[in-house]
Design a protein around this ligand. Structure first.
Ligand code: FAD
Ligand code: NAI
Length: 473
């Protein structure tokens, strides 16, 4: 039997890999995608971290827990009484698993539709030979002209506190806690810590987040971070900044964390479960990079240039396994751009307009530079801010926390950053991304007709605020 040969072989079927494979197939390449993720029955579960233990399941649980929170705390103001509201955690987790499976199946369907050959198993380099790459795809060996590596990332380990996914949890275990813990500890107040901490807090856990840095959400605009800290505290999320974690000890019943607080005083806290969310590390385990001499950088990420080219001819890498933000949409954009470059087109990813979203309540979303970055860069800017409290739709929703903030160049009025904390910030940010891609000015947004009543009117008003002429505040 002759060895199967492909124009493009993608290793990794997360958002970077599966989207790259689909785009390559759309462009007429004979394409294969290899992914090793297994579902609980050992079958294929493409979609990577994002679909299986990341974006999708976390948002499913955030939705369920938000319903529970609303039933307990917000229905009454609408005249709806809901006494004795209960949460069936097993059912909630089952629903989340169904949502994940729908996404896994959707990707398998898309592979069929686009004629992408799927291999379930590990992909690794065997050798480079005659201008082609020999690749092990599960049990088979196949040949590739171009290779796209999209092997993602894994949770960073805290030394001395290995994940057992029972008591000491990574994002994986944090998404399958079987009953609401009375006391939940979280190390790291980044995106995962806040999202997963919010899920279990809403369901009734007493949540303490221990953060190493002295500042809260340092990458977020200072005004937004300050508002978030105030609102999270009001919700009952305890956040301790500037701690130094010492010994972490787990028994079958509890986890004890010793740490020095911001003043240097020794503390000990006991939790029913502990989530460790202190960032993620690029994953190249099992790729056998030595066989072909693929270069990694000092962080263990695959070294790439601005076009996602590695040091090897016709080998590309995208997503969490390379530099840049670890976001699903960044991985997807890189996947599309690489497929287009292989086809001789000019695929491009604009790193300045990648949106960020933290799916807490209220949501936090931003694009472009923060006020503190503009100051550090010495850029003269104007700021405009509009509170949701003054927005009719937010009042009707009963969700008036937060604001929209515009930062525009002091001379040209070009939008340099938009920062939102408030309802549906994840959806509202798209308008700002479009505006920045088109190099719009704040005045452009201020002059555009926005539907009434809508939350997007707060965006328009914040743009008006840049010129100090809000109409409703
Ligand atoms: P991955 O999604 O990690 O996929 C890599 C795939 O490659 C995996 O299936 C893996 O099994 C497979 N693989 C690895 N090595 C091999 C090999 N040698 N052979 C075969 N297969 C291999 N991002 C957002 O933008 N929005 C969110 O809301 C969001 N929420 C998140 C929530 C959590 C809890 C976590 C952990 C992450 C979240 N992220 C979110 C980040 C997002 O999941 C990642 O940025 C994204 O999944 C990266 O995509 P990727 O394709 O690079 O890698
Ligand atoms: P993170 O980088 O967002 O946050 C990690 C936090 O842990 C930081 O605040 C850091 O200062 C702190 N930390 C690091 N070491 C520590 C230590 N030893 N002790 C105490 N604190 C420590 O990482 P996180 O939350 O693990 O998420 C990983 C990545 O996954 C994110 O950066 C993001 O790219 C992605 N993600 C995206 C989501 C989204 O887009 N909504 C949701 C969840 C994850």
């Amino acid at each position: 039997m002759s060895t199967k040969q492909f124009d493009v072989v993608v290793i990794g079927g997360g958002p970077g890999g599966y989207i790259a494979a689909i785009r390559a197939a759309q462009l007429g390449f004979n394409t294969a995608c290899i992914d090793e993720w297994k579902n609980e029955k050992g079958g294929p579960a493409p979609g990577g971290t994002c679909t299986n233990v990341g974006c999708i399941p976390s948002k499913a649980l955030l939705q369920s827990s938000e319903h529970f929170d609303h039933a307990n705390h917000h229905f009454a103001e609408h005249g709806i009484s809901a006494d004795n509201v209960k949460i069936d955690v097993a059912k909630m987790l089952g629903r989340k698993d169904t949502v994940v499976k729908q996404n896994n199946d959707g990707i398998l369907y898309l592979f069929k539709k686009n004629k992408v050959t799927f291999f379930h198993g590990r992909g690794s380099f065997v050798a480079a030979k005659d201008g082609l790459y020999e690749i092990k795809a599960g049990e088979e060996v196949i040949l590739a002209k171009h290779v796209i590596l999209a092997t993602g990332s894994n949770a960073r380990q805290l030394p001395g506190a290995a994940f057992d996914e029972e008591m000491i949890l990574s994002n994986d275990g944090a998404l399958r806690i079987g009953e609401v813990p009375k006391k939940l500890g979280v190390i790291g107040s980044g995106v995962i810590g806040l999202e997963m901490g919010s899920v279990w807090r809403r369901l009734g856990a007493d949540v303490t987040v221990l953060e190493g840095l002295p500042t809260f959400l340092g990458a977020v605009d200072e005004g937004v971070a300050k508002e978030a800290a105030k609102l999270f505290k009001k919700q009952g999320l305890k956040i301790e900044l500037g701690v130094k974690i010492g010994e972490v000890k787990a028994t079958k019943k509890s986890v004890t964390v010793s740490y020095a607080d911001a003043k240097g005083a020794e503390q000990k806290a006991e939790f029913d479960k502990l989530i460790i969310s202190i960032g993620r590390v690029p994953n190249t385990i099992g790729l056998n990079v030595e066989a072909v001499g693929l270069k990694l950088d000092e962080r263990g990420a695959i070294e790439v240039d601005g076009d996602c080219k590695t040091n090897l001819p016709n080998v590309w890498a995208v997503g969490d396994v390379v530099r840049g933000p670890m976001l699903a949409h960044k991985a997807e954009e890189e996947g599309v751009a690489v497929a287009e470059r292989i086809a001789g087109q000019h695929g491009h990813v604009n790193f300045n307009t990648i949106p960020w979203v933290i799916y807490t309540s209220p949501e936090i979303a931003w694009v472009g530079r923060t006020e503190q970055q503009l100051k550090a860069d010495g850029v003269a800017y104007k700021a405009g801010q509009f509170p949701f409290m003054a927005n009719g739709r937010a009042r009707a929703l009963g969700d008036t926390n937060g604001f929209v903030k515009f930062l525009a160049d002091a001379t040209t009025d070009e939008i340099l950053g938009v920062h939102i904390i408030g309802p549906f910030a994840s959806e509202l940010i798209s308008e700002a991304v479009v505006a920045m891609e088109f190099k719009a000015s704040a005045e452009d947004i201020a002059r555009i007709c926005h539907a009434h009543p809508s939350l997007s009117e707060a965006t328009k008003e914040a743009a008006l605020a840049v010129d100090k002429r809000t109409l409703n505040f």
